[in-house]
Design a protein around this ligand. Structure first.
Ligand code: ADP
Ligand code: MG
Length: 473
């Protein structure tokens, strides 16, 4: 039978380009490494908000091919990639990856299959900010029975290969975006999977760093024989691929063989740390007087967010929110490891996240590894000591204690009272940041807190930081 997916001249092209790819008459003898048959993905089926993310997708991808799913936002690219990764279950259709029909695998086997066969690379890198570069790369090996030294050796080999070995002990945020993405690529390679899946991998990078990542993909494809499936809406990428699947409204509307695939060898990145500071970085630098404990407490919601982003693939908004909340509580030591597992495991209706037991255990293992790294858990902090009877007062006075931690002067009782009022007004957005600063600076007699200009400015800035991390955004 002739392959319904490739035209004759496409096959000839593939034969020419891909070593070992032969066709027997009109049929490729090489088996596809990925095959998708009649795939549909429908969200909210039957409801009035029904969304058809994928609609009758058929495709084959061959070993050592480099393909791109190209299309506008919302066309279904990520959904298709996640299905191939085994992270989402289709509404209809069949997905075969490396000879395995994914629908035949139950959840644990699916997760293992996913880890062994595919490495995923994300637009936002999804690195864990509290783990250094090496640990980030070897995180996926937590699931494997491998000795710690062996894990590290594997990780170091990849760091070297990707030119990021000098940053082994750095934290991700100390690296430039391009370097962080190389850490992400190293992590994707740690289980030596035959397939790499990249979802807008260069979406957050400047053009030079983006080219560097494309160059790495090119080498991984040509030298390391990885099959690469890359999702993008950036047409500059297309020249790197063997084939491009053009998508629109959940359908593949065109498949094009790239006759002019670039075999570029770009100039090497010098690898020095180009300090790309995030907004948070800058904020943190502005507050050298915060104790590391205070910093940890304030960063917990961010860490929770990152961990959740890393652990998750296809959860609903509600579950994600709940999970962030539970993980934040664990990072802050408000709940025990056992509570964490239970809350991850309990059904949503009972206030849990609704994971099954095994997934809950797996997630908690990763979370506990991060928790173990943070020494703040057992320590009491003003924010943790919650006053059950009057939560507003407890929050306000907790914040006041944090605000005044590094304050050198003395405050009268009246000033403390005034300050509390001001904090309350600010955190409930009754006054602006500027008004809060002016209030701090105004004399007590005129209804202010009677601080000097400098203290007023410092405390106002510090409160903004606390609000940023404690109350969300
Ligand atoms: P792309 O990656 O091409 O931007 P996606 O695969 O993310 O597109 O989304 C395809 C379509 O499916 C979009 O209309 C999107 O809104 C919808 N969609 C994706 N994920 C979900 C979800 N979990 N629930 C509901 N709709 C979704
Ligand atoms: Mg997408």
């Amino acid at each position: 039978m002739r392959s319904p997916f490739l035209r004759k001249k496409d096959i000839a092209e593939l034969e020419r380009k891909i070593p070992g790819f032969r066709s027997d008459g009109q049929m490729p003898v090489r088996k596809p490494i990925i095959r998708v048959d009649d795939l549909d993905v429908v969200y909210f089926a039957g409801k009035n908000n029904e969304a058809r993310a994928l609609d009758g997708i058929n495709l084959e991808i061959f070993p050592e091919e480099y393909v791109i799913f190209f299309g506008p936002s919302g066309s279904g690219k990520s959904t298709l990639l996640n299905i191939i990764a085994g992270l989402e279950i289709p509404s209809r259709g069949r997905v075969i990856v490396d000879g395995q029909d994914l629908s035949e695998l139950v959840s644990n086997d699916l997760a293992r299959f996913h880890r062994k066969k595919t490495g995923m690379i994300f637009q936002t890198y999804n690195l864990i900010p509290t783990l250094n570069v090496l640990y980030n790369v070897i995180v996926p090996l937590i699931f494997e029975r491998i000795r710690s030294n062996e894990r590290k050796d594997k990780g170091r080999y990849l760091l070297k290969k990707l030119g990021i070995d000098p940053f082994e002990t750095r934290l991700p945020q100390e690296l430039s975006g391009g370097q962080q993405q190389r850490v992400g690529i190293a992590r994707a390679l740690i289980n030596n999977p035959p397939i790499l899946l990249a979802d807008e991998a260069t979406g957050n990078l400047d053009s030079e760093a983006a080219r560097n990542v494309l160059e790495i993909f090119n080498i991984l494809n040509l030298n390391d024989k990885k099959t690469i499936v890359s999702v993008t809406h950036n047409p500059e990428h297309l020249s790197y691929a063997d084939r491009i699947f053009f998508m629109k409204d959940g359908k593949i509307i065109k498949v094009e063989v790239n006759h002019e695939r670039k075999k570029i060898r770009g100039e090497n990145d010098e690898g020095g740390i180009k300090k790309e500071r995030t907004e948070l970085d800058l904020l943190l630098q502005a507050y050298p007087d915060l104790s590391s404990m205070q910093m940890q407490v304030m960063l917990a919601p961010f860490k929770a967010k990152m961990l959740v982003a890393y652990l998750l693939s296809n959860f609903e908004y509600e579950e994600i929110q709940k999970m962030e909340e539970v993980i934040t509580n664990r990072l802050l030591g408000r709940i025990s490891e056992e509570d964490l597992i239970n809350q991850l495991d309990f059904p949503i209706e009972e206030g849990g996240v609704g994971l099954n037991k095994n997934t809950a255990l797996k997630f908690s293992r990763i979370i506990e590894e991060v928790v173990a790294k943070a020494d703040f858990i057992q320590q009491e902090t003003p924010l943790i000591k919650e006053n059950q009877t009057d939560p507003v007062r407890a929050t306000v006075s907790g914040i006041r204690i944090m605000l005044l931690e590094a304050f050198k002067g003395e405050l009268s009782l009246d000033q403390v009272e005034a300050l509390d009022k001001g904090i309350e007004y600010r955190i409930y957005s009754k006054i602006s940041k500027k008004e809060f600063r002016e209030f701090l600076d105004r004399p007590l007699e005129k209804g202010g807190a009677g601080l000097n200009k400098k203290s007023a400015r410092n405390l106002a800035r510090k409160l903004e930081l606390i609000m940023l991390v404690k109350f969300g955004t």
